[in-house]
Design a protein around this ligand. Structure first.
Ligand code: PEP
Ligand code: MN
Length: 337
C-alpha cells in the first residue's frame, strides 16, 4: 500500500502518521522525492482501513498495490488448491460433478436420484434441506429432516453430500451432517455466517452473490479463510443483468478471471444461471471449456412436480448423456471426469 503525502506537510506530521501506521504486521518506509513524499507500507496490509487513513489531513491519496484478499490470492499461494472429499476431488486434474435435486423432498426421491446420478458419474450429491425462497409461502425445505434423508442417501450410495446453511444457528448441525457446506448466493455477504463456517473444518462452497463482483466474491472467501478454514470452493451461478430471457446471466469470463486471481477451485452452476433445463447442457460444456473445476447441476426424477426449481432441473437420463458429452471437452483441458 502506498500513501501519497500532501505537499507542505511537515516532517513531524509525516513521522506521526508513520508511527500510526506501523504495527507488528506492517512496516512503513518513507520515500522522499523532489516534489513529493510517499509512505510505502509492506507486510499484511489487510487489516488497514484505507478510508480511515484517507481522513488524515496530510494524506493526498492512497494506492493499494496488493489486493485486500490475501489467503485467497494466487500471489500468496501460486499452486492450485485441491480439495478432497471422500473419493471426490475438486480442483487439480479431476473434473468434479455434483448433482441432485434443488430440495430434498422425501426419502424415495433423494435415494432414487442419488443412485442414478452416481451411476452416471456424479461424485457428490447435492440437495437443499434449508431453502432460501423468494416467497415466504413457497416450500422452505424439510430442515433437519432433510439432513437425515441426505444421510440415508449417502449411506445407500457412498456419495458425499453438499447442502446449504442459511443461518449461523444451524452451522453446527449442517457441519456435522454434510461433507461440504454450501453458502447460497443470497448469503454471500452474510459476514457472520461466513465467519461461522470459517470456524468449521468442512469444505465450503461459496456461491457468487446475485450482484457481486469477482473481487467481492474473493473478499467473502477471505472471510471464511481468515477464520482458519482454507477449503473454499468458489461457484459462479449467474449474475443479475438487464437480460431476462434467462434467470441470470452466466458470467463465463469469471472462471478464467478467478483462476488468474486465486488458487481456489471454481465450479459452475448452470441450473441457477439459466433457469431453463434445455440450457444446462450447452452451458455445462462452455464451463468445462473455459477451465472450471466442476459443475453443480440440479437433477430431478419428476421435474414437473418438483417442489422447487423444476423448470431448470434435468432428468436423470438427460444427466447421463450430459456427463458423457463432457468427457472429451474435459480431457482437452487436461481433466478427467
Ligand atoms: C441452490 O443451489 O439451490 C440455490 C438456492 O442456489 P443460489 O444460492 O445460487 O440461488
Ligand atoms: Mn435450486
Amino acid at each position: 500500500m502506498i500513501v501519497v503525502i500532501k505537499p507542505q506537510t511537515t516532517k513531524e506530521e509525516i513521522m506521526k502518521l508513520k508511527e500510526k501506521l506501523e504495527s507488528p504486521l506492517c512496516s512503513v518506509q518513507i520515500i522522499e522525492g523532489v516534489s513529493q513524499t510517499i509512505l510505502g507500507i509492506v507486510g499484511d496490509t489487510s487489516t488497514i482501513d484505507a478510508s480511515v487513513i484517507q481522513q488524515n489531513k496530510c494524506v493526498e491519496k492512497i494506492l493499494r498495490v496488493q489486493e485486500s484478499y490475501k489467503r485467497a490470492n494466487r500471489a500468496f499461494h501460486p499452486e492450485d488448491t485441491v480439495i478432497k472429499v471422500g473419493d471426490a476431488q475438486i480442483g487439480g486434474d479431476k473434473f468434479c460433478i455434483m448433482a441432485g435435486p434443488c430440495s430434498v423432498e422425501s426419502e424415495s426421491q433423494i435415494v432414487e436420484i442419488a443412485k442414478s446420478v452416481k451411476a452416471s458419474g456424479a461424485t457428490i450429491l447435492r440437495g437443499g434441506a434449508f431453502k432460501p425462497r423468494t416467497s415466504p409461502y413457497a416450500f422452505q425445505g424439510l430442515g433437519m429432516e432433510g439432513l437425515d434423508l441426505l444421510n440415508i442417501a449417502k449411506k445407500e450410495t457412498g456419495l458425499p453430500i453438499i447442502t446449504e446453511v442459511m443461518t449461523t444457528k444451524y452451522v453446527e448441525a449442517v457441519a456435522e451432517n454434510a461433507d461440504i457446506i454450501q453458502i447460497g448466493a443470497r448469503n454471500m455477504q452474510n459476514f457472520d455466517l461466513l465467519k461461522e463456517v470459517g470456524k468449521t473444518r468442512k469444505p465450503v462452497l461459496l456461491k457468487r452473490g446475485l450482484s457481486a463482483t469477482i473481487e467481492e466474491l474473493l473478499m467473502s472467501a477471505e472471510y471464511i479463510m481468515s477464520e482458519g478454514n482454507e477449503q473454499v470452493i468458489l461457484c459462479e451461478r449467474g449474475i443479475r443483468t438487464f437480460e431476462n430471457f434467462t434467470r441470470n446471466t452466466l458470467d463465463l469470463s469469471a472462471i478464467p478471471a478467478i483462476k488468474k486471481l486465486s488458487h481456489l477451485p471454481v465450479v459452475v452452476d448452470p441450473s441457477h444461471a439459466a433457469g431453463l433445463n434445455w440450457m444446462v447442457e450447452p452451458l455445462s460444456k462452455a464451463a468445462v471449456a473455459v477451465g472450471a473445476d466442476g459443475l453443480i447441476i440440479e437433477v430431478h426424477n419428476d421435474p414437473a412436480n418438483a417442489l422447487c426449481d423444476g423448470k431448470q432441473s434435468i432428468r436423470p437420463e438427460e444427466f447421463e448423456s450430459l456427463v458423457k458429452s463432457l468427457k472429451g471437452i474435459a480431457e482437452i483441458n487436461g481433466k478427467r471426469i
